[in-house]
Design a protein around this ligand. Sequence first.
Ligand code: PMP
Length: 454
Amino acid sequence: MLKPTPLAKPSLSARDLAVVWHPCTQMRDHEFVPMLAIERAEGAWLHAEDGSRYLDAVSSWWTNVFGHRHPRIVAGLKDQLDKLDHIMLAGMTHEPAVALAEELVRVAPPGLSRVFYADNGSSAVEAALKMSFHYWRNEGRPERTRFVSLSGGYHGETIGALSVTDVELYRSTYAPLLLEPILAPSPDAYLGEVGESAEECAIRALESMRALLQRHSRSVAAVIIEPLVQCATGMRMHAASYVAGLRALCDEFDVHLIADEIAVGFGRTGTLFACEQASVTPDFMCLSKGLTGGTLPLSAVLASERVHAAFYADYSEGKAFLHSHSYTGNALACRAALETLGIFRDEPVLERNRMLASHLRKRLASLVDHPNVADVRQTGLIAAVELVRDKPTRTAFAATERRGLRVYLHGLGRGVILRPLGNVVYFMPPYCVTVEDIDLMVEVAIDGIERAVA
Ligand code: PMP
């Protein structure tokens, strides 16, 4: 008797596309963009179901600082799983939450002494915005309800965080739902006038900020920024002097400074936190992404003692910060974060990053004179190449041309994950990459750029 031929099992990608709705994606693109089915990951490399492998040059949305499955984090997580998985963080606590808070306070800019946990970057931004508003209310200044944010800034995509985000792609559709921020010009050095230095751009942006604060200081609760690099808008960079100058203005006008270090924190810019390069302590510092080494969702808002004290009162006064997420301070995530900070403490991570950053800079130098490259910029282990249609006028390619997507598709064919932001090809590799990995990722990007601009 003839046996029926077994039907081929559908691939993971095919099963995925039948049921999973992906983030930041026009799903129809997957009619021609392959869906990578990743089975396992090791260091800087992702291994797919079909046997191919990919260099993760963007650290899995900038989370994966040490490479995938760092042995110390894996061991810590296994140990933690045998002790405690998760408990609510109201009315009870656990060793990883306390030890992590102690360690964060130790390594953070001086004066940040309180740690409020959440479970993702946007939630940390929401918490910081609410805390700032609530602080002023508790201090008898309820009219301080507004936030100043920078043009080109990105702080997440929940309603509050999106309100202070100024990236057209994410914001415009939802604009009718959002709070209206006071938008200040960005110190973005790329947008400077011809011949203007990053420091001069910073001075100009600070003058505008001063004028805005003069006009609105009575109604402003806080200014929120991404210190040194506005990542999602295309890795746009500014001088540390802007951050220092902004701190001084916030002090002068008595408004809070919220530093969103969700993307730039944890060694990415050359120091553990970007604010260090301006010797600045913000009133609130938001952390996530690299906090757990890219293993589990966790975020934290660090605040000063003065802020915490404004909420410490008799219950009847209604001053408590009643903001909660079920997975706040998850024990596994806190343990992963503790191991992450342990790696920074015990290994010469920042030193090695400086060596890698200098190699990356050298390798990208050949792109500076490319006729379709308007700018090659770098801060620590973030580097970006701005593609344009016309170099002298810096005329951009239209977004609908999707030149960046062409670079992405080329990268996939060569086994490198480059996921450009519009017309900006960027590199944000995990810190475990070798110089050979950097050579490969730059070579593939240059090749991809040549094809994409042709
Ligand atoms: N702030 C910044 C600076 C970010 O880059 C991001 C994420 N890209 C967020 C906030 C939001 O974090 P999450 O995606 O975890 O909500």
